[in-house]
Design a protein around this ligand. Structure first.
Ligand code: MTE
Ligand code: MO
Length: 331
C-alpha cells in the first residue's frame, strides 16, 4: 500500500526550501568530520540522510494544533500597537510562524525546531553588555528591555531562502537600548552573540562544523534606525524559544539571518564585526545583506518570494519594502 505523505498547504517544494547550509563548502565539511574522528564520518553522513528522510515523513506540524493551543503556553505581554508600519499583507497564522523556523542551534530541519525547543530553558536569561559603552555588565534581559514600554509592530519578514511571513512582534526599538547603554564616540558597530548551550540545543552538537555560538552585527546607524527592534514577544505573548526567545533582534529590511536569536551578548565595537554566515560563505552572505530583488543568491533568485501559508508568490521589494525608512543610509 502506498504511503501517503500529507503536506500542509504551505509546505515549500524541496527546491525552494533548500536550507542556507546546503552547500557548505566541502573543505569545511571535511574539517568538521576530521574533528569528530573518522568513525563519525559514516555516522554523520548517515545522520544527514536520516534527517532528510525524517523531514519528508514528519507529521504535519501546520494543522496539528490551533494558534491558541500553540501560543497558549506562553505568557501574555502588554504592548502598544504601532500602526505606522502597515505591512500591506495579512498576518501569518501563529501556527506557521511558531512551527516553521530557522534555528540551527536546534536542527536545520525547519519543521522540527519547535519540538526540540520545548526542552530549552528561556528563564532566567542574562545578557552581557560589553565593549565601548558606559553600562557594561551582566543584566537580566528585562533590565535592558523596558518591559513597560513594549510596542507591537507588524513587519514583513524575509528569509534569503525566498520565503516570507508577516509577524506582529513585541519589543522596543533597539535604539532605546543603545541610549540606555551609552556607547562612546568610538563605537561604530554593534556585535551580537547568541547563546551557547549544547546541552539544550542539540544542533550545537550535531551540526558541529558550524562556528557556534551564532554571531551577527550591524552598523551603528542601522542599529539606531527606528525599524530595528529588540524583540521579546510575538502575537501578544512571550517569544517562543523556536523564534529566538526570550530575546532576539528583528531587522525587517534585511534577510532574516541578520536578526540573531537567543541573544546573550551585545557589544559595541570600533570596527565591523564578523558574522556567522559571512564567515561561512562570504560570496553568498554579505555583511549588509539588505533585501534586494536584483541581486540573486547563487541558489535562490531573489526576484520573488513565497508567502508561507498562502502558497502564493509575490514580487520582492527593495529593502523588503522599507526603503522609505532605510535607503538613505546606503547612499
Ligand atoms: N541564533 C540564531 N539566530 C538566527 C538563526 C539561527 O539559526 N540561529 N537563523 C536566522 C535565519 S536564517 C532566519 S530566516 C531567522 C528565522 O527566524 P524565525 O524562525 O523566527 O522565523 O532567524 C535568524 N536568526
Ligand atoms: Mo533565513
Amino acid at each position: 500500500m502506498a504511503h501517503i505523505i500529507r503536506r500542509p498547504g504551505w509546505h515549500l517544494p524541496e527546491s525552494q526550501a533548500t536550507p542556507e547550509s546546503a552547500y557548505l563548502n566541502r573543505r569545511r565539511f571535511l574539517k568538521g568530520m576530521g574533528a569528530a574522528g573518522l568513525g563519525m564520518a559514516a555516522v554523520m553522513s548517515g545522520g544527514l540522510a536520516a534527517c532528510a528522510n525524517a523531514a519528508d515523513s514528519a507529521s504535519d506540524p501546520g494543522e496539528a494544533a490551533t494558534d491558541e493551543a500553540i501560543l497558549g503556553e506562553f505568557d501574555p505581554l502588554a504592548a502598544a500597537r504601532i500602526e505606522a508600519f502597515d505591512p500591506g499583507r495579512s498576518v501569518t497564522p501563529a501556527r506557521i510562524t511558531a512551527r516553521y523556523n530557522n534555528a540551527y542551534e536546534f536542527t536545520t530541519n525547519k519543521e522540527r525546531v519547535w519540538r526540540l525547543a520545548r526542552d530549552f530553558t528561556p528563564k532566567p536569561w542574562q545578557v552581557e553588555v560589553a565593549g565601548l559603552c558606559a553600562k557594561k555588565g551582566v543584566f537580566d534581559y528585562t533590565d535592558i528591555v523596558d518591559m513597560k514600554a513594549l510596542e507591537e509592530r507588524v513587519y514583513r519578514f524575509r528569509c534569503v531562502e525566498a520565503w516570507a511571513i508577516t509577524v506582529p512582534w513585541l519589543g522596543v526599538p533597539f535604539r532605546r537600548f543603545v541610549e540606555w547603554a551609552q556607547p562612546d564616540s568610538r563605537a561604530t558597530h554593534v556585535r551580537f552573540v547568541s547563546v551557547m548551550r549544547p546541552e539544550e540545543m542539540p544542533g550545537q552538537k550535531n551540526e558541529h562544523w558550524y562556528p557556534w555560538p551564532y554571531y551577527e552585527g550591524l552598523r551603528m546607524d542601522e542599529a539606531m534606525n527606528d525599524l530595528t527592534m529588540l524583540t521579546v514577544g510575538m502575537y501578544g505573548r512571550e517569544l517562543p524559544a523556536q523564534n529566538g526567545g526570550p530575546l532576539r533582534l528583528v531587522v525587517p529590511w534585511k534577510y532574516g539571518y541578520k536578526g540573531p536569536k537567543f541573544i546573550s551578548r551585545i557589544e559595541f565595537t570600533s570596527s565591523q564585526p564578523k558574522t556567522f554566515w559571512n564567515d561561512l560563505q562570504p560570496a553568498e552572505y554579505s555583511f549588509l545583506s539588505n533585501v534586494d530583488p536584483t541581486v540573486p543568491h547563487p541558489r535562490w533568485s531573489q526576484a520573488s518570494e513565497e508567502l508561507v501559508g498562502e502558497g502564493r508568490r509575490v514580487p520582492t521589494l527593495p529593502y523588503n519594502g522599507y526603503g522609505e525608512y532605510v535607503a538613505a543610509m546606503y547612499r
